[in-house]
Design a protein around this ligand. Sequence first.
Ligand code: MLT
Length: 313
Amino acid sequence: MKVIVTDEVSDSGLQLLEEDPRVSVDVRLKLSAEELRAQIGAYDAIITRSGTRVDRALLEAGENLKIVARAGVGVDSVDIDAASERGIIVVNAPTGNTNSAAEHTFALLLSLCRNVTVANDNLKSGDWQRAPFTGHELRGKTLGIIGMGKVGGRVARRARAFEMDVVVYDPYISEKRAEDFGVRLVQLDDLLRLADIITVHTPLNEETKGMIGPAQFERMKDGVLIVNCARGGIYVEEATLQALESGKVIGAAFDVWSQEPPDSDTLKKLIAHPKMVVTPHLGANTFEAQKNVAIDVCQEILAYLDGKPLTNA
Ligand code: MLT
């Protein structure tokens, strides 16, 4: 089996493949879409992260492709319909990086509330100021979590440890799950009205793309803080910029963007905005998470070769 790896994936997983005499692995990072399309025909499997779009054109060019392995949770970068039409199996790693994503959510949230990034820049520039960096406590605030899956659930537990009240919107979970986490299940409009801080933890799909737009910003409290450590495009980015400029939103922390790397004027303005804390899609970027997801997807490829059932197809 010839495997191409097109994004940075931990050696801990790739070693499993390299030790197997049936498999040869080529790591080819930073290929353009055209370059990858020209090469994919030679491969039986592709391992990617969010840096590679596995679209219909790529799948059509992959005449020998049998398996697409996404070393992470989100499969929004893969055209699942086109893969299914060709009998190509898509596997992901649905658990290995969820703790890292939850922890990064808090890294962003605390940086935002305590002005860590701006105070850091100010002190390093040789200045000494304290009053402009006065922040907000989490204790006693209401956190609104949109999407209470594996990451959202971990965020809820950590928020409770910070003595926050937590309201959750997730049409797919039961009252019982919410009770188990010590959180209150509400409708989206109620969450928007009640929350001091809002964080999204949904996949990006037809239902969630643009789900927080101008009308939803309008319903939020004045002076709300917002976080996105899930997927770019869940908050409409143009509306986010307007909400920051109007003062409706007094701070936002985003790790993910509708275009990565970001290149549009709106994204450039959003990233440069003084009230934004930003990171370049680092939610899953810990040594622990990367080792977990790499091992998970490489084991799936080996299971395929052994004719065993796949766990995350
Ligand atoms: C995920 O979907 O799990 C992450 O976005 C993976 C990544 O960092 O590429």
